[in-house]
Ligand binder design. Structure first.
Ligand code: SAH
Length: 353
């Protein structure tokens, strides 16, 4: 896989301390860093020239050194007030997806962490194209800023559930989390950020030791190793017993309840006895479940579950004492499943238009 190519330094990839350090190195008073930071993250301006309390000279110097917005909105699907999907263009011509999900009392932004994905889950459009590169911290923070442009407010939650496997881009992810979390900037609380993983156990083990309180969401999708390995090749390397042990540790060390995502596929993983097996796994570590009806994709022959099967599955989980939600995928008409918008706009192999 090619590493992310930083064509130019990304302002949104700097921590506050790094920005302050840059000011010091250039004989610029350090308080300027605070001013720039506030323009970037409180006023979320899109141009250096909008930073009116800086001298023209300093603005030009910053513009010569840093790209203020390393991500741009290339296409937007959906209507205001409902789930909207954004195609995010990157400086080297690549593109990823970000999704805005408004609810009654909050707005969630779903961001991508890689261009494509190397884990090749059978039903996921992003995995079909492989991975071409990691996103930089600045690009991930840039996705959130683009969402803010659209929403006109700061998001309440940020979930790393777009394209890519966030724990496979670990260092950049952690840096992005720290920048998003900065109290003088976007100030998104750790508990309001969720990392979704296909079950990359080494990443879960690292994350639990960071002293962060981010939420962990694990894509489960099957309650036995045979089926899970067929749907999710990562299971061959880290089967259910090792995954669940890592999730239990994560929960104990961080005090967070782990959420398990379970995409229901008709006749494959939506039977009541399978729900019962999910209860046993999830109860063993005190987790909860989010059921997602499959959003059909052309490369995968599976179909969405019937509404009755979804209800029956949910009932078994709830009777087993598992806190369960069902994600109503309002978005299938706007290519909501992972990777679908990018493929439609960019072509089957994900080529840039
Ligand atoms: N790599 C991470 C995050 C990206 S995928 C992970 O695996 O968790 C985000 C979620 O969408 C995962 O739970 C994934 O399994 C699910 N997903 C992908 N394609 C889907 C589809 N066609 N229908 C329903 N859910 C899908």
């Amino acid at each position: 896989m090619a590493e992310a190519t930083e064509l130019m330094n990304e302002a949104t990839g700097l921590t506050f301390e790094e920005l302050e350090h840059w000011m010091g190195e250039h004989q610029i008073p350090r308080y300027r860093a605070r001013q720039v930071w506030h323009w970037m993250y409180r006023k979320t301006v899109r141009e250096w020239d909008a930073m009116r309390n800086l001298s023209a000279e300093l603005r030009a110097q910053l513009a010569g050194e840093f790209r203020l917005r390393p991500a741009e909105c290339r296409a937007l699907e959906g209507i205001s007030g409902e789930t909207r999907k954004m195609l995010v263009g990157l400086a080297d011509g690549e593109a990823v997806e970000a999704v805005l999900i408004p609810a009654a009392d909050r707005v969630t932004v779903c961001v991508s962490s890689q261009v494509g994905c190397r884990f090749r889950c059978a039903f996921c459009a992003s995995g079909q194209m492989g991975v071409s590169r990691n996103l930089t911290p600045g690009e991930m923070v840039g996705e959130v800023l683009l969402a803010i442009d659209q929403i006109g407010a700061h998001p309440d939650n940020v979930v790393f559930m777009g394209m890519g496997e966030p724990l496979d881009n670990y260092d950049a992810l952690l840096k992005a989390l720290r920048i998003l979390n900065d109290g003088e900037g976007l100030a998104i609380g750790a508990r309001r950020m969720t990392i979704s993983t296909c079950g990359w156990v080494p990443g879960i083990e690292r994350l639990k030791a960071e002293g962060l309180q981010v939420e962990l969401s694990v894509s489960l999708h099957a309650p036995d190793d045979d089926l899970r390995s067929r749907l999710m090749p990562v299971n061959r390397r880290y089967p259910l017993a090792s995954l669940m042990a890592a999730c239990g540790d994560y929960s104990r060390v961080t005090g967070r309840i782990v959420t398990f995502e379970y995409t229901l596929i008709r006749g494959l993983n939506d039977r009541p006895d399978q729900a019962q097996a999910v209860v046993r796994w999830v109860r063993s570590i005190g987790g909860r479940v989010n059921l997602i009806p499959l959003s059909p994709v052309p490369e995968f022959s599976g179909e969405a579950p019937t509404p009755a099967a979804v209800e029956a599955f949910r009932t078994v989980l709830e009777r087993g004492g598992i806190n369960t939600t069902v994600r109503r995928s309002k978005g299938s008409e706007i290519s909501a499943a992972c990777g679908q918008l990018r493929r439609r706009v960019c072509g089957a192999r994900g080529d840039a238009p």
